[in-house]
Design a protein around this ligand. Structure first.
Ligand SMILES: Cc1cc2nc3c(=O)[nH]c(=O)nc-3n(C[C@H](O)[C@H](O)[C@H](O)COP(=O)(O)OP(=O)(O)OC[C@H]3O[C@@H](n4cnc5c(N)ncnc54)[C@H](O)[C@@H]3O)c2cc1C
Length: 381
């Protein structure tokens, strides 16, 4: 088992990996260039929604999402117990809402396969839909109710994870500045340098969890890391507790009622480099969709507007595992739209690898060197 681990990146993925490695007895340092939770993880809607996010087929990605959902009850309990903080986990269930009869037929196919994977989903008609969600527009003709989906308050989860990490003795280094360089040492281990840290940091194993910025490590480790930022713009409205009871999805947006009297509505998807500002166009679309879906929101002003950068990969799958030929480096990045959901399963896999366990065949699709030409793999020394 490696006993000096440096986790690079303080989003939900880095903090989760640090937490799991530390509670298995490893000595962990986490390095964050800015503030923990200051990027995508603090911006997320916090939905744990493997069924609503995977509507086509039970592929390897869906199964990974489901595996992570199943870890959540114990995961949240342990984080909350250790940190003494709440992640505001709400087992609301979800409603995918349809406006046209023609949309309902394909949903029956989806419901059939998802119920074989424990969704317990049911199709509800217009009358039942309005009983479940009284503020919904009268134009909705049907809904798919999935009771097993839920949500957390992502900024609180990140805060609790960080507190739990510190309780376990993880050294959390924030404001480290820009990455200057990273290298794999010929005798084993690896080294990184950051602009605001005194001197190099050595580790037996590095875990790269730098979200949308993970591509920076490619050049140092001889890897092709095609991760790019997809901006998500998102907003919230003030709302009374219980006004919107479920996570509601339409073809245009989603709505999540948080415990802090906020109804979160997300999210746009656009390419704007590393820009995290919001635009009138991005938020305007969400505001208009909100008024159509929930008439009580028509004309209502947003309370907050913000944006985050989802770490997207070329094939939509995360990069998770050791780099062949460079075992001192593990990648855990590219979780795109589902990093909050996928954090416990990712952390368990990373901790297993740090303990020297073999990669499960089921995870081959996520191999971090899958975009690197075979002749180059292992040359990042
Ligand atoms: C609007 C929006 C809504 C979302 N909603 C959901 C949702 O409902 N459910 C869900 O599961 N997911 C959701 N997501 C996706 C989720 O937020 C991401 O998949 C997840 O946060 C990724 O976590 P991360 O730790 O990899 O990235 P981040 O949280 O971005 O963390 C990466 C960290 O790495 C740091 N970093 C940068 N450069 C370096 C470097 N060179 N070295 C080390 N560290 C570096 C950054 O400062 C940052 O803190 C949403 C995303 C957005 C934007």
């Amino acid at each position: 088992m490696a006993d000096s681990i440096v986790v690079l990146g303080g989003g939900v993925i880095g903090l989760s990996c640090a937490f799991e490695a530390a509670r298995r007895g490893m000595k962990v340092t986490l390095i964050e260039p800015g503030t923990t939770g200051g990027q995508a993880s603090g911006a997320a809607a916090g939905m744990l929604a493997p069924y609503s996010e995977n509507t086509e087929q039970p592929d390897a990605f869906f199964q990974f999402c489901l595996r992570s959902l199943r870890l959540y009850p114990d995961w949240i309990r342990d984080i909350e117990e250790l940190s003494g903080m709440s992640a505001e986990w709400v087992r609301s269930g979800s409603l995918n809402v349809f406006m046209h009869e023609a949309d309902v037929l394909p949903v029956e196919t989806r419901m059939r396969w998802q119920n074989e994977w424990s969704a317990r989903a049911e199709l509800v008609g217009a009358a039942e839909l309005r009983k479940l969600e009284p503020k919904l527009t009268a134009s909705a003709v049907a809904g798919l109710y999935t009771p097993s989906e839920s949500h957390v308050y992502a900024p609180k989860l990140v805060e609790a994870l960080e507190a739990a990490c510190r309780k376990l003795g993880v050294s959390v280094v924030e404001q480290a500045g820009a990455l200057l360089d990273a290298s794999v040492n010929p005798g084993g281990g690896a080294t990184v340098r950051f602009s605001r840290l005194d001197g190099p940091v050595h580790a037996e194993r590095l875990v790269v969890c730098a979200g949308a910025w993970s591509g920076e490590y490619g050049r140092w480790f001889g890897l092709s890391v095609p991760i790019h930022p997809i901006r998500g713009q998102i907003c919230s409205f003030g709302h009374a507790a219980g006004e919107v009871r479920h996570m509601v999805f339409s073809s245009q947006a989603y709505w999540v009622g948080k415990r802090n009297d906020r109804l979160v509505c997300g999210a746009s998807e656009d390419v704007a480099g590393f820009e995290t500002s919001v635009t009138e166009r991005g938020i305007g679309r969400l505001v208009r969709s909100s008024g159509r879906m929930f008439p009580h929101l028509a004309g209502k002003e947003t309370l907050h507007r913000w944006a985050g950068l989802r770490p997207a990969t070329r094939d939509g799958l995360p990069l998770l595992g050791e780099i062949a030929g460079t075992p001192s480096v593990i990648m855990a990045a590219g979780h795109y739209r589902n990093g909050i959901l996928l954090s416990p399963a990712t952390a368990f896999i990373v901790a297993d690898l740090l303990e020297g366990k073999r990669v499960e065949p089921a995870l081959a699709a996520f191999a971090p060197d899958r975009f690197t030409p075979a002749a180059k793999i292992g040359l990042g020394h």
